[in-house]
Design a protein. Structure first.
Length: 225
């Protein structure tokens, strides 16, 4: 059960009680991850590195084995949230994104993920079981599987209850991008974007919204590399 009434970090603080911004925000993300891991995934998800990453056309992403120990002893998955997408969103909507990506973590560890980030029926089934309805449109009637997937809250479902418990502790996000991403020139049907592997440097080219993975390194290739 969530602990209530605890003293938590806030930017509204006394001058003689400094709390670093990184500590506040990173600690809040970890608290949310741990809460949803416990309440929605029976605490079976592994430890991951939680980050904020600005990535065009994305609310967030999961990338397996993105970080390695400098001594070489272990690797850690990354779950990233896009702070540009926080603008105009509620904390619950941001948590939807977090849990969406946590479901990818679950599938990577316990299921059979599809190639190249495709949201398959196994992923969709798990999402529905924890109270989020996959939808290609983000609304009722959208497709449940596909390359790019949104979701919406199932009323009275497990996610809605779990988020209410978290919010009742006083949990909140503190940061978002200072402004949303600026206007960009719409890509044409024939436009190509360069994708690069951050590990081995291998490059690929494709449409701007393409999800592409470096097969040898087993990590997502990033646009604009």
């Amino acid at each position: 059960m969530s602990k209530r009434g605890r003293t938590r970090g806030s930017y509204e603080r006394q001058a003689d009680q400094p709390v670093a911004i990184t500590t506040v925000e990173s600690g809040g993300l970890q608290e949310a991850y741990d809460h949803f891991n416990r309440e929605l995934f029976d605490s079976v998800l592994p430890d991951v590195f939680l980050t904020y990453q600005r990535k065009a056309h994305s609310f967030g992403y999961f990338s397996a084995d993105r970080f390695a120990a400098r001594g070489g002893e272990f690797r850690k998955h990354e779950v990233a949230l896009n702070p540009d997408a926080f603008v105009g969103q509620t904390d619950q909507q941001v948590c939807q994104t977090l849990v969406h990506e946590m479901t990818h973590v679950w599938q990577h560890r316990w299921g059979a993920p599809a190639a190249r980030g495709y949201h398959n029926s196994e992923w969709a089934g798990r999402m529905k079981a924890i109270g989020l309805q996959p939808s290609s449109t983000g609304m009722v009637g959208g497709k449940e599987t596909g390359q790019k997937m949104l979701d919406y809250v199932i009323p009275g479902g497990r996610f809605e209850r779990a988020y209410s418990e978290l919010a009742a502790t006083g949990w909140k996000l503190n940061l978002q991008s200072a402004h949303g991403p600026g206007p960009t020139k719409p890509p044409t049907a024939n436009s190509k974007t360069k994708f690069s592997c951050s590990n081995c440097g291998q490059n690929a080219w494709g449409k701007p919204d393409l999800a592409v993975t470096c097969t040898p390194c087993r990590i997502e290739m990033r646009a604009g590399g």
